[in-house]
Design a protein around this ligand. Sequence first.
Ligand code: ASP
Length: 595
Amino acid sequence: MTFQKRTHDCGALRLTHSGETVTLNGWAHRIRNLGGVCFVDLRDRTGLTQAIFDPAKFSDLDEIRHECCLEVTGTVAARQPETRNPKMETGDVELQVMSYQILGPAKPIPFPVSDEDQMTTVNEELRVKYRYLDLRRPSMYRRLAIRANLISQMRKYLDAKGFVEVETPIITKSTPEGARDYLVAYRLDPGKWYALPQSPQQYKQLLMVSGVEKYYQIAKCFRDESQRADRQPEFTQLDIEMSFCSQEDVLNLAEGIIRTCMNHTIEAFGLDKEPLVEFPRLTYDESMRLYGSDKPDLRFGLPLFDLTDISANSGFGVFKNAIEVGGVVKAVRYPGGAQLSRKEISVLEEFAKEFGAKGLAVTTVVEESGEVQLSGGIAKFLSTEESQAIIKRGQVEVGDLIAFVADGESTAYNVLSRLRLEIGSRLGLRDPRKLAFAWILDFPLVEWESESGRWSPAHHPFTMPKAEDLAKLEDDPGAVRADCYDLVCNGSELASGSIRIHRADIQERIFDLLKIDRATQQERFGHILDAFSYGAPPHGGIAPGIDRLIMLLTNTENIREVIAFPKTGGGYDPMMDAPSTIDPQQWAELGLRLG
Ligand code: ASP
């Protein structure tokens, strides 16, 4: 089969080409065989051209099936004015076919590649199984192109600042980021295992000890953890590390990259997004207090407000009792919520219960005899002073519904932060055109894990405690803050980073606190402790998640939509059928037996 290469792309032809003989290569996107004439929209990655086949000239047109691969030669002709299609870039012309050849025949396709509307109903597992067909859709190709554009901007930005891209190993030893490791059996010494890195964290720190000073990598990370809409077993980070830097330096660099590169991609692809401006900063404590979350959606206000002091002697027993046992009373306003029916309020209540609330107390804000008052719900239990204090504290307005949670602090935050998002969504305040990035600073170093009865790192174990808090490390670890920062946007965490420990003595104290005994410290982290005793420089870094950035740019809530070959639920790849069994010889070679 000789194949004739294209003279033009399918998206290229215009009126100025009229009369030219051209050859196109592409796929049969849409086929309309009207008997007397057959139209085929030919598609390549650049666009579509309508080709017209004359059945009197070609006898075997029914061999042209959807998604078969074609070579078509013909004459470019201007369309009649009434048949011009302004929706197609090439809609002023058509190709009158002189000859054609099927380069790659196609079986009946499992889903309609050309129909974006119908595709929304196609089972996702099927899409992933036939990903090579799914990716033929122009909307999917565009996501890949947006991703590539952002990554190439990031590389340009960092290269210009003197950063060096260094690849680090994939088969290595565990680098903990709080998930389970993926393990790879070692054939030469059965019983020994590699782990896939949860991030290149230790390698990038070792590169700082090596004197690289400015490192980055478009890095794959591997974490065996439960799947969610924004999680995949393997995902990509822009991993960055620098020496002799302050927290401020890392924040400025990362903000510069994200702002410049995202704005570039937004413009290059004409994405319907407002350009990114300076990122506001909040401390972790502020973020929790105001929004009940360390990844607040700042596209809208509606901060939570605390009533614990006001309600300590509340006439409403639920408040009083919760406070007596060390709990809190917090609330959020729902503008216009006074209009909600009883049924709608019970939906909100169910929502709150789903996230651990025992119930949801509500009342509404009304104006009576020229005075703003609380009415309905729990209002009847509250004294005038308490009601007025609540009105003032919450800066509520007439027509609002106020939703209260009286519980332990973490439950109150969890429920109210989700309720706030729900209210924001219902009121249309979560505008997809806005990318509300913000920095969250001064995280606690460690969190108490009641299940295991031990402290665990809030970020990872290599994070530097704040110098002024270091003395409290052993006696009051919960009060120690870290030089640690997160970048958040629209309610998701986009990046995490910290200034690192670069001294073996401090690193050992952290491992001690995490109840990793000295022998295990040596076994698991001896290399890094050792490296820190050969003149390690102060250093820090950050790692923005690329997949999540692309999700923001492309308005998708599902991480699989921005990854060429993702895994479906449970980490399964239905296209490759991975994971899969291995043959008995491989079991034997690896010295493995099924338990
Ligand atoms: N290694 C960290 C992570 O994967 C990021 C960092 O601290 O730079 O979240």
